[in-house]
Design a protein around this ligand. Structure first.
Ligand code: BG6
Length: 614
C-alpha cells in the first residue's frame, strides 16, 4: 500500500504536499515523489516538474529542490513497493510520454502484465518495472484512440475543455480496464486533478478556495473540516470546480461533504524519543476512551450481539490478534459462540455466513484490504458488521452496521501498541456488558488504567526492561509461552518483537510446547512466560519446569515470581483485565530491543502501518 496526496489552492503546493506525505509515511516509505504544475516553467509545453527520492522523507528540506518552484497545484506519493524494486525510476508519479500528465497509484493493477504486452505491441515504451506506468500508457492509448477516431483533435492546439474532457474520459475508460483494488490520482499540465477509486482509500478535503486529496483524513486534518469520502467506483475531477461521477455510467453524483472532527490530530513526539514510546504511554488514556464510548450505541449493539447465531471477530496482524482476544472475552464471560479469524484465512467460512451472524472487526486504519474483502462478502450475505476503528471516515466505518471509534488519537508508529490495547479493552467491555455486568467491566477497566499509569510512571520498570532488552537483542530466537487469557498476549508480544527487532520470536500455547517446540529447548534459549492468577497458572508453571529442565533461560511476566524464573518482570494483578496489563511490558521490551539494535523504531523495515493491498 502507499500514500497519495494532492493539493490545489492558493498556498505553496510543494511544502503542503511534502507535509502531507510525511503524515502518510505510515503507509509506506520505500520511496517518494512530488509533481507540480510549474507556473513559471521555461520549457515550452512542459509545465509539469517532479522530484523523486528513494527512502523515507526524513529531513529532506535541505535538498528539496521543488520548494523553490512557484506552484499552487500538485500531487505526491509515498511508496511501499509491490511491483518493481525500490528505485527512483519506479518511484511515483509516473509521466506520460509527452509529459502532459502524470499519475500516482495506490493498489495493484492485477492484470498489468497483459495490459503491458498489448501496449508494447502498439509500440509503447516503458522505463520502470511498475504496474503504475502501465496505467499511464493505457491512458495515453485511450487518448490516442480518441484522437484517431476524430473524437478530439490532437492535443496540440486542442481547446482546453476538449483536452481536459478527453483526458478525463481517457482516465475513466482506462480505470475501468484495471483489475484489482486501485486508486489513482492524475495531475495534468493545465492544473487539473483527476482521481479514481476502486479499493484503496481516497478522501477529498475541502478548504477555503483550496482542495486536498489523500489516502486518509488525518494527513490534511489541520486545514479542513469538510471531507468527501470517495466510494469505490467513483471518480473526482478538480479544475477550479469539483465534480464527482460514477465511473461506470459517467453520470455526475452529488458530492455530500461530511464534517469530520479530528480529536487531537497533533502529530508530534511530545518529548519522547519515538512515537512508539509515546503511544505506549497513552495506554491509560485509550482505556478511558473505551470507557467513554456512547452508552446507548453500546447497549443497542450488545443486544444484537447476544442474539447472533455465530460471531466472527476478524482482522490482520496485530489487530488480528486483538480480534482473537475479543472472541476469547466473548466466550469466556458471555458464553457467546465467537471465533477469532485472520481475515485472509476466512475463505472457508464464506459459505457459512448468514444473516443471523455478526462480524466484529477491530482496525487502526479501517482500510485493511484483506478485511474489506471479507466485509464485501459479508454485506452480500447480510451479516451484521460491527467495527472498532481509529481512523475517522475510513471504509470499514462506512460498511458497518455498528461503528465504534477508538478515539485513541493518531497512532504514528507502524507497530501498533495503544490501539491494540484499546481494541482488547473494548472486547472485554462488550463481553462484560453481554454478561450483564457492564458496570463491573467499566470499574475493572478504570482500575486497570490506574495500574497501567503507575506501571508506566515507574522508572525502575523501564530500567529493568531495558536491561533485559540488552540481553535478548543478542539472541537469534526468543520463545513466548502463554495460555487461556494470555495466549493472544504472547502472540502479540511475538509480533512486536519480530516487527521491531527482526529477531525470530515465537509465541506458543503453553500446552503445545511439549508436542513440538520443546525440541528447541537447550541451554540459554530465552523463554518468556506470561502468567496471571487464573485457572491456567499451574499449567504454565508446568511448562516452566519443562523448559528449565532443558536449560532454557526463563523470563517470567507475572504478579509474583515463581521457582524456575531466571528473571522476573512484575506486573500488576488486575484480575479479569490482567491480560491487558500484561501486554505493556511486552510492548516496552520490543521497543527497547529495537532501540538497542539501532533500528528505525517508528518505521521498521519492509512493513507499513496500513496494508491496503492483498
Ligand atoms: C499491519 C500493521 O500492517 O496491519 C499492524 O503493522 C495492523 O499493526 C495490521 O494491526 C492491520 O491493520 P489495521 O489498520 O486494520 O489495524
Amino acid at each position: 500500500m502507499c500514500g497519495i496526496f494532492g493539493y490545489s489552492g492558493s498556498k505553496n503546493a510543494s511544502q503542503l504536499i511534502l507535509e502531507g506525505l510525511k503524515r502518510l509515511e505510515y503507509r509506506g516509505y520505500d520511496s517518494w515523489g512530488i509533481a507540480l504544475q510549474d507556473q513559471k516553467s521555461k520549457i515550452k509545453d512542459q509545465k509539469l516538474i517532479a522530484e523523486k527520492h528513494v527512502g523515507a522523507i526524513g529531513d529532506v528540506n535541505s535538498d528539496f529542490r521543488l520548494s523553490s518552484v512557484d506552484s499552487y497545484v500538485g500531487i505526491g506519493h509515498t511508496r511501499w513497493a509491490t511491483h518493481g524494486g525500490i528505485s527512483e525510476t519506479n518511484a511515483h508519479p509516473h509521466f506520460s510520454t509527452d509529459k502532459s500528465f502524470c499519475l500516482a497509484q495506490n493498489g495493484i493493477a492485477e492484470n498489468y502484465q497483459k495490459l503491458k504486452k498489448d501496449l508494447q505491441k502498439k509500440g509503447y515504451k516503458f522505463k520502470s518495472e511498475t504496474d503504475t506506468e502501465v496505467i499511464v500508457r493505457l491512458i495515453e492509448d485511450k487518448l490516442a484512440s480518441r484522437v484517431d477516431s476524430g473524437v478530439v483533435r490532437g492535443f496540440v492546439g486542442t481547446p482546453q475543455n476538449d483536452k481536459s474532457n478527453s483526458l478525463k474520459e481517457a482516465v475513466r475508460s482506462a480505470f475501468l480496464e484495471l483489475e484489482g483494488r486501485n486508486t489513482v490520482i492524475v495531475l495534468t499540465d493545465d492544473g487539473q486533478i483527476i482521481a479514481a477509486r476502486n479499493g484503496s482509500p481516497l478522501v477529498v478535503g475541502l478548504g477555503k478556495r483550496e482542495v486536498f486529496f489523500s489516502s486518509d483524513t488525518l494527513s490534511f486534518a489541520p486545514f479542513v473540516s469538510d471531507v468527501i469520502v470517495v466510494e469505490n467506483g467513483q471518480m473526482v475531477t478538480w479544475n477550479g470546480k469539483l465534480d464527482l461521477l460514477d465511473i461506470k455510467s459517467n453520470k455526475s453524483l452529488p458530492a455530500n461533504p461530511e464534517k469530520i472532527n479530528f480529536k487531537s490530530s497533533k502529530v508530534d513526539k511530545e518529548g519522547y524519543d519515538h512515537f512508539m514510546l509515546k503511544e505506549i504511554h497513552e495506554s491509560p488514556y485509550v482505556i478511558s476512551q473505551v470507557i467513554n464510548q456512547d452508552q446507548s450505541s453500546l447497549d443497542d449493539f450488545v443486544k444484537v450481539l447476544k442474539k447472533a447465531q455465530r460471531v466472527y471477530t476478524l482482522s490482520m496482524g496485530t489487530a488480528g490478534v486483538a480480534a482473537s482476544q475479543i472472541a476469547f472475552y466473548l466466550r469466556n464471560y458471555a458464553q457467546i459462540n465467537a471465533v477469532g479469524l485472520i481475515a485472509a484465512e476466512a475463505l472457508d467460512y464464506y459459505e457459512m455466513f448468514s444473516n443471523q451472524d455478526m462480524i466484529i472487526t477491530p482496525s487502526q486504519s479501517g482500510e485493511t484490504a484483506d478485511v474489506l474483502e471479507v466485509l464485501e462478502v459479508a454485506v452480500k450475505k447480510n451479516v451484521k458488521i460491527a467495527s472498532f476503528v481509529n481512523m475517522p471516515g475510513s471504509t470499514m466505518t462506512r460498511v458497518s452496521d455498528y461503528k465504534f471509534m477508538a478515539n485513541a488519537g493518531p497512532e504514528i508508529c507502524v507497530m501498533s501498541t495503544k490501539v491494540f490495547t484499546s481494541q482488547i479493552a473494548f472486547g472485554y467491555l462488550i463481553a462484560k456488558m453481554a454478561q450483564g455486568k457492564g458496570e463491573e467491566g467499566v470499574r475493572n477497566l478504570q482500575s486497570l488504567a490506574l495500574e497501567m499509569q503507575k506501571y508506566l510512571d515507574s522508572g525502575s520498570n523501564h530500567e529493568q526492561i531495558k536491561q533485559l532488552a540488552k540481553e535478548l537483542s543478542k539472541k537469534k530466537d526468543v520463545f513466548l509461552l502463554g495460555k487461556y487469557q494470555n495466549f493472544n498476549i504472547v502472540k502479540e508480544g511475538m509480533i512486536k518483537m519480530i516487527e521491531g527487532s527482526y529477531i525470530h520470536a515465537h509465541g506458543i500455547p503453553a500446552g503445545d510446547l511439549k508436542h513440538y517446540a520443546i525440541t528447541l529447548m537447550e541451554k540459554g534459549v530465552p523463554v518468556i512466560v506470561v502468567i496471571s492468577e487464573d485457572i491456567a497458572k499451574d499449567d504454565v508453571l508446568n511448562a516452566v519446569n519443562q523448559v528449565k529442565a532443558r536449560g532454557a533461560t526463563v523470563i517470567g511476566v507475572s504478579p509474583s515470581p515463581y521457582p524456575g524464573f531466571d528473571y522476573h518482570i512484575p506486573v500488576p494483578d488486575t484480575g479479569e483485565t490482567s491480560a491487558i496489563a500484561n501486554i505493556i511490558p511486552l510492548q516496552l521490551l520490543a521497543y527497547y530491543m529495537a532501540v538497542e539494535l539501532g533500528h528505525n523504531v517508528d518505521k521498521p523495515r519492509n512493513i507499513a502501518k496500513s496494508v491496503t493491498v492483498k
